[in-house]
Design a protein around this ligand. Structure first.
Ligand code: ATP
Length: 274
C-alpha cells in the first residue's frame, strides 16, 4: 500500500531566504507562524491558536516552498500529501489515510524531539471542492476527517500542529474549510512581478557559471507572466544548452533560447489540453 508521507527528513532545510519575491506573503506567513512559536503567550491571553493557513495562487509560484520554509522557520517536522491522492479511493480509505497523516506528524515530532509539526496538503480543492448531490461520498469523508483532525488540535497538547493547505482554485473551496478555527488565514501567493522575477533568477543562477554578457535584469523583463517554477526551468534549460555546446559559461543566447523553449512548452501543454 502506497505510503502517504513521502519525506522522512524531519525539518525541511528550505528557508524563506530561498524564496524569491513574495515579500508580503512571507511577512504575513511569518506573523501567523509567530503565534505557533509563542504558544505560551497566546494561551495566556486566551487567543485562539491558528490551526490552518491557506496558500492560494497559480501553479508553480512556490506554495510548497513556502510551506517548507514555514516548517524550517518554526523548527517543525513536516509531512505532506496532495489532495489528488485521496481521489478515487474506496469509501473510508481516504479518511483513514488522513488520520494516518496526522498520526505520522505526531510520531515524527516525538521521534525527533520537536514540539511542533506542519501538515501540508497540496491541491486541497481535490478534497475540499464544492460538491453537489451525494455522488462524492468519499470526498466528504476525507474532508470530514480533515476537519475532525483540525478541530482536535488544541493548545494544551505536547505537540503543536499546524495545517497548511495550497490551492489554485480558492473560489472552488467548500466554505466549511474557511470558517474560523479552520483555514481562517489566507495568504495569496501570486505570480512574481519584475523585481521578484529578478530575485528568483538570481537565486537559481547562484551556483551556475554565467557569462559576462548576461543581464538577469533584461531576462526579468522578458519573462513577464512566468511563474517561479518556469523561471527555474529557464535557468536549468539554459545550463543544458551551454553544456551541450561545451560552452564553459551560460550566455545570454542560451538564456533567451531557454525562455523560448519554456514559453513554447507551455503553449503545447495548453494546446494538448484544449
Ligand atoms: P503547484 O501549485 O504547481 O504545486 P507550487 O506553488 O507549490 O506549485 P513549488 O512546488 O513550490 O510551487 O515550486 C516549484 C519549483 O519552482 C520550486 O521547487 C522552485 O525551484 C521554483 N520556484 C517557484 N517559486 C519560486 C520562488 N518564489 N522562488 C524560488 N524558486 C521558486
Amino acid at each position: 500500500r502506497k505510503k502517504l508521507v513521502q519525506s522522512k527528513a524531519s525539518v525541511p532545510t528550505t528557508s524563506f531566504d530561498d524564496i524569491g519575491g513574495h515579500e508580503r506573503a512571507k511577512k504575513e506567513l511569518k506573523e501567523a507562524l509567530d503565534f505557533l512559536i509563542h504558544r505560551d503567550q497566546i494561551s495566556q491571553y486566551g487567543i485562539r491558536p491558528i490551526k490552518g493557513i491557506l496558500l492560494s495562487g497559480p501553479p508553480g509560484t512556490g506554495k510548497t516552498l513556502m510551506a517548507k520554509a514555514a516548517a524550517h522557520y518554526t523548527d517543525s517536522v513536516f509531512v505532506s500529501a496532495s489532495g489528488s491522492e485521496f481521489v478515487e479511493m474506496y469509501v473510508g480509505v481516504g479518511a483513514q489515510r488522513m488520520r494516518e497523516l496526522f498520526q505520522e506528524v505526531r510520531t515524527l515530532a516525538k521521534r525527533n524531539q520537536k514540539t511542533s509539526g506542519i501538515v501540508f496538503i497540496d491541491e486541497i480543492d481535490a478534497i475540499g471542492g464544492h460538491r453537489e448531490g451525494s455522488q462524492h461520498r468519499e470526498y466528504d469523508q476525507t474532508l470530514n476527517q480533515l476537519l475532525t483532525e483540525m478541530d482536535g488540535i488544541s493548545t494544551d497538547q505536547d505537540i503543536r500542529i499546524l495545517v497548511i493547505a495550497a490551492t489554485n482554485r480558492k473560489d472552488m473551496l467548500d466554505p466549511a474549510l474557511l470558517r474560523p478555527g479552520r483555514f481562517d488565514r489566507q495568504i495569496e501567493v501570486d505570480l512574481p512581478d519584475k523585481k521578484a522575477r529578478l530575485h528568483i533568477l538570481r537565486l537559481h543562477t547562484q551556483n551556475k557559471p554565467l557569462a559576462e554578457d548576461v543581464s538577469l535584469e533584461r531576462l526579468a523583463v522578458e519573462t513577464f507572466g512566468f511563474s517561479g517554477a518556469q523561471l527555474e526551468s529557464v535557468t536549468n534549460e539554459a545550463a543544458i544548452y551551454a553544456m551541450r555546446e561545451n560552452s564553459p559559461e551560460i550566455t545570454q543566447r542560451h538564456l533567451s533560447a531557454a525562455v523560448d523553449k519554456v514559453m513554447m512548452g507551455e503553449k503545447t501543454d495548453r494546446e494538448a489540453t484544449q
